[in-house]
Design a binder for this molecule. Structure first.
Ligand SMILES: [Zn+2]
Length: 107
């Protein structure tokens, strides 16, 4: 199965037989923008890392905290609570996630 990718900035769609490595996202050939995986869909944490908003180390730490909670917070809120990122960054990532999955991003 091919993986599907999309540029955050220009909406250019591309396919690849191999997944992208989280730490080494290539840039869009057309506009130089960030490329995210659309299929299979990325999780919020993956998007935050891909956009350079947080490190994979911070995400791992947050997921550990989350798994130890009796009443689990959604990841976005937990990251803000741990002061790893700001609320505006979470909202931006969630917006990108919605746009990528709905396919309504400007072409
Ligand atoms: Zn682009």
């Amino acid at each position: 199965m091919a993986y599907k990718f999309k540029c955050v900035d220009c909406g250019d769609v591309s396919y690849s037989a191999a997944p992208l490595e989280l730490q080494k996202f290539p840039r869009c050939e057309k506009c130089g923008g960030r490329i995210l995986r659309v299929q299979p869909p990325m999780k919020l944490g993956e998007i935050l890392i891909a956009l350079g908003m947080m490190s994979s180390k911070d995400l791992k730490r947050a997921l550990e905290v989350q798994s130890g909670m009796t009443e689990r917070l959604v990841l976005g809120k937990l990251l803000v609570k741990l002061n790893l990122i700001g609320m505006s960054e979470v909202e931006r990532a969630l917006q990108i996630q919605r746009e990528m999955m709905s396919g309504s991003h400007t072409q």
